[in-house]
Design a protein around this ligand. Structure first.
Ligand code: FES
Length: 136
C-alpha cells in the first residue's frame, strides 16, 4: 500500500515538474517576443494606406505600397521632418522637406547624401489572426 502511495505521489511530482517546464518555456517565449501590439486589420490595408501610430513614445508610419506593408519611424533622419506626408515611389519614400528619398526596405537614404545620413528606423511587422502589428 505504501509503495503504491509513493508511486502515485512521484507521478504527481513528475506531472507538476513537466507543467513547470512548460510554464517556464511559455514565459521565456513571452519575454523574447514581447507583447503583440495590433496596428491594423489586414482587411483594411490597401496600396496607398497610411496610418501613424505612437509606439514607445515615438511616432511610426504604417504604410502599404506595391502590396508590401512597412512600419517606419515617422521622422526623417535629415532634419526630423515627418515622413507621413512623403511621396512614395519605387519602394522609397521621399521626404517633403528637402526631397531626400529613403528606401523602405533598408531604410537607407538615396542620392548624394546616402552615406552621410542615418537610416530611417524600421520595425518588423508580425501577424496575429486578422491583424498586423509589432512585438514590443
Ligand atoms: S528633413 Fe527630410 S529631407 Fe530634410
Amino acid at each position: 500500500m505504501a509503495k503504491e502511495s509513493l508511486m502515485a505521489c512521484s507521478q504527481r511530482y513528475i506531472w507538476l515538474y513537466r507543467l513547470l517546464l512548460v510554464s517556464i518555456e511559455v514565459l521565456r517565449r513571452r519575454l523574447e517576443l514581447g507583447m503583440f501590439v495590433p496596428l491594423a486589420k489586414l482587411v483594411d490595408l490597401y496600396d496607398g494606406f497610411r496610418q501613424t501610430h505612437m509606439l514607445a513614445g515615438k511616432s511610426y508610419l504604417l504604410l502599404q505600397t506595391d502590396g508590401k506593408v512597412f512600419l517606419i519611424e515617422n521622422r526623417c533622419p535629415h532634419m526630423d521632418a515627418p515622413l507621413a506626408t512623403g511621396h512614395i515611389q519605387g519602394g522609397a519614400i521621399r521626404c517633403k522637406a528637402h526631397g531626400i528619398a529613403f528606401d523602405l526596405t533598408s531604410g537607407k537614404a538615396q542620392g548624394p547624401l546616402a552615406g552621410t545620413l542615418d537610416c530611417v528606423e524600421r520595425l518588423e511587422l508580425t501577424y496575429d489572426g486578422d491583424k498586423i502589428g509589432v512585438e514590443l
